[in-house]
Design a protein around this ligand. Sequence first.
Ligand SMILES: [Zn+2]
Length: 93
Amino acid sequence: MAEVACVTCGQTGEAIATPLFLGKLEAEIKAKVCTGCWKKWEGMRVMVINEYQVNLGDESGRELVRKQMKAFLKLGEQTDSSKIAENYRPPNV
Ligand SMILES: [Zn+2]
């Protein structure tokens, strides 16, 4: 069983083995996030979509969900859940 040092919970956990259909983000998430944290985000995603009444057929809706996901999974992009900073870009490390 593959393991991953998870940036979300700070522990080593089981790597995600299923396809996520996330394009460019998929490799990063699989390298940095454990299955348990991903499952938590899947639950959270439903709440985000309901909370913001996100239309996933819309690019801006998908972008909002992406930003919330990165914030939730601690993938480096800081996002206030009540206000989306459109122009913020994290420094390259
Ligand atoms: Zn984790």
